[in-house]
Design a protein around this ligand. Structure first.
Ligand code: SAM
Ligand code: SF4
Ligand code: F3S
Length: 411
């Protein structure tokens, strides 16, 4: 067995786990290849929505058709119910936590847990999980079942990993956890941010996700004072209606959320805010949805990840009767997306003529370079490949609802 191919679904936590899988396989002598040339196919699954699980079936059947018979492995976030079906589709269903001991004959077995395997990093961003698991049990969410209880990594391990990434020229550190504010290692999350901020070098620090119930004054202060921590915050609200929030087991009210945003904007006036929203939760009437629309307009987020509710086995909401049709969920999703576009257009206009610092992420299919500003805005511009992975200055000359376009400012 010589070649492997890995397919990753889900969030940055899964991307980060896949980087460790790749490294582990390569340390055993395998090389990354296209799916058609691979002898070993790994799928790293996400169960947050049914659609992601359905896509796995399609992908694996295609892969099996393409080539003789590669060995197939599925890992990642899987519900018990899906594991049974996956056992029929894949040769192995393996736990990501047990990566160093995966029982594949071609792999060299080792002691220890997944974080003993170093990641194979690619691109300018280094993803560093600081904790895994979640104990919040929002009624719609599978994560407490797929990732289990909270385990936090020791701060030294995290700081060492960040230092190593900076030494290897990564320009952006992402500290990851399902709720980073619940980090309970040997220091608090704000203190951990301060420690990573002390690492020498020119880089940005980002983190995700933060549950509004746990966002402390200390964290706001750390974001404000740490120069390398970007002034960008993802603060998932999920719904703008108190009744729905209660049914979701989100233990805050819209009034609490508004007050929190006011406090954050009072302390850090130029902060950009993103959020997560679920539309069509069981029982969400037009009146409830209107409350979400009103809050959405009022807060004017810079970005929002809008999801149509997907009932998931094992979760508490699974037993609730679905009351919103798929077409109505789509309508609500589209309406919020349109509002987001309009408010972004207004905000992005302010960038015209300005110079922004951009971290160049990649070349797009259409041949542009694509970068991100500190505020996580997309910027497209023309330039050489050498710029990828570096900071550069871009003067903005075009603003759209999805981002900015400009020209590199010659030094
Ligand atoms: N921990 C974060 C928080 O407190 O909001 C969110 C992590 S969750 C894995 C990522 C996003 O997926 C959620 O914010 C939610 O909007 C969405 N999500 C989770 N379960 C969902 C479901 N059953 N249907 C639709 N979207 C869902
Ligand atoms: Fe899921 Fe986030 Fe709620 Fe945890 S806090 S159960 S990860 S939505
Ligand atoms: Fe992430 Fe999906 Fe797992 S959102 S934590 S990969 S269930």
């Amino acid at each position: 067995m010589k070649n492997y191919h890995i397919i990753t679904f889900g969030c940055q936590m899964n991307k980060s786990d896949s980087e460790r899988v790749s490294k582990f396989l390569e340390e055993s002598g395998l090389k990354e290849s296209s799916a058609s040339e691979a002898d070993l196919i790994i799928v790293n699954a996400c169960s947050v929505r049914q659609s992601a699980i359905d896509r796995i079936r399609g992908k694996i059947n295609n892969v099996k058709k393409e080539k003789g018979k590669p060995v197939t492995v599925i890992t990642g976030c899987l519900l018990e119910k899906d594991k049974k079906e996956m056992q029929k589709l894949f040769d192995h269903v393996l736990k990501i936590e047990e990566l160093p001991n995966w029982p594949l004959p071609i792999l060299e077995k080792r002691k220890g847990e997944r974080f003993t395997v170093k990641p194979k990093r690619c691109g300018p961003s280094a993803y560093i999980p600081i904790m895994t698991g979640c104990e919040n049990f929002c009624t719609y969410c599978v994560v407490p079942y797929t990732r289990g209880k909270i385990t936090s990594r020791p701060s030294k391990e995290i700081i060492d990993e960040a230092k190593e990434a900076i030494e290897r020229n990564h320009k952006e550190i992402w500290l990851l956890g399902q709720n980073v504010n619940a980090y309970n290692g040997d220091m608090s999350f704000p203190d951990l941010l301060k420690e990573v901020n002390k690492i020498k070098g020119d880089f940005w620090i980002r983190f995700t996700s933060s549950h509004p119930k746990d966002l402390s004054d200390e964290l706001i202060d750390a974001i404000k004072k740490c120069g390398k921590v970007t002034k960008y915050l993802n603060l998932p609200i999920q719904s703008g209606d108190n009744e729905i929030l209660k049914k979701m087991n989100r233990p805050y009210t819209t009034e609490d959320y508004r007050a929190l945003v006011e406090k954050i904007r009072g302390e850090i006036p130029d902060i950009t805010l993103s959020t997560d929203i679920i539309v069509g939760f069981p029982g969400e009437t037009e009146k409830h949805f209107r409350n979400t629309v009103n809050l959405f307009n009022e807060i004017s987020f810079d970005m929002a990840y809008i999801a149509r509710y997907s009932p998931r086995p094992q979760t508490a909401a699974y037993s609730l009767k679905e009351t919103v049709s798929e077409s109505e969920k789509k309508r609500r999703e589209k309406l919020l997306e349109e509002l987001l576009k309009e408010s972004n257009m207004e905000k992005n206009k302010n960038y015209k003529g300005k110079e922004v610092r951009v971290l160049v992420m990649k070349r797009t299919k259409k041949g542009f370079l694509m970068g991100k500003t500190e505020k996580y805005k997309n910027v497209l511009f023309k330039g050489k490949d050498e710029l990828v992975g570096h900071f550069t200055k871009v003067r903005i000359n075009e603003c759209t609802s999805w981002g900015l376009k400009g020209k590199v400012v010659k030094k």
